[in-house]
Design a protein around this ligand. Structure first.
Ligand code: BG6
Ligand code: MG
Length: 231
């Protein structure tokens, strides 16, 4: 398994000035919405799909997800594009129903603490819908930058989107904590040389510096202490 890296040498104090959140699975739980919409598409195309297969798509871009679902089925680009559009149309129906009630427990409290501590806040997502979902969740005014994998050359697990987010909030990556729920996202943030908090089971986010089950009741000061202790 991927080992955590330590972004700065032992002797230097760790200074954190920014937090970069993944969106899906960290700020809100859209996994079920993605499942329902991929399942609808797969059923229409007679392609086998289930919840287990959906879990493996966590953190992957829409196109990479479709490629995983198609497996060795070779389809022309026009057909692939049509499927990606159709899947997103179904997904948008769910997104319209989202409100601040869809924020995961603990998120608003943590954002409030970050704000009062002067910490810069970014979202770095694999979702092309990140602006819309952020708006539906009422978070637009809480964040200093919103980036997604379509702003950069390579999607997660490449580090590009985290590096870009750090640039957008004007900080070096080693002064940022990334919070991620996907294996691909943890790898991306580690390779960006950020401090990484993984949300979820060891087998999924075990490479992160700090592992938590979720953000419920997580205090900013405790998170900083955990980061200081992890190297
Ligand atoms: C990621 C999700 O954040 O965004 C994936 O974890 C999803 O499941 C991906 O496929 C792309 O989302 P969208 O909104 O661009 O289809
Ligand atoms: Mg995620």
């Amino acid at each position: 398994m991927l080992q955590p890296q330590f972004p700065i040498p032992d002797a230097e104090p760790i200074v954190i000035r920014g937090v970069v959140f993944d969106m899906d699975g960290v700020l809100t739980d859209t996994l079920e919405f993605h499942y329902q919409t991929w399942q609808r598409l797969a059923d229409e195309e007679n392609i086998p799909f289930d919840r287990k297969a959906n879990e493996a798509l966590r953190g992957l871009s829409r196109r990479d997800s479709l490629m995983a679902i198609l497996g060795d089925r070779m389809l022309g680009e026009a057909i692939v594009e049509e499927m990606l559009d159709r899947k997103n149309r179904y997904f948008l129906e769910f997104i319209q129903t989202m409100t601040q009630d869809h924020l995961l427990p603990g998120v608003l409290d943590l954002l409030q603490e970050l704000r009062s501590d002067g910490i810069r806040i970014a979202i770095a997502s694999a979702s092309q819908n990140v602006d819309l979902v952020t708006r539906q969740l009422g978070l637009t005014d809480w964040v200093d930058a919103i980036t997604n994998v379509y702003n950069v050359p390579h999607p997660k697990p490449a580090p590009d989107v985290f590096l870009y987010a750090a640039e957008q909030i004007g900080l070096p990556p080693h002064q940022c904590i990334a919070i991620e729920d996907a294996e691909s996202g943890v790898k991306a943030a580690l390779d960006a040389r950020m401090w990484v908090v993984g949300l979820g089971p060891q087998e999924r986010v075990g490479a992160a510096h700090v592992i938590l089950s979720n953000l419920n009741s997580v205090r900013w000061k405790d998170l900083l202490d955990k980061i200081q202790c992890c190297r």
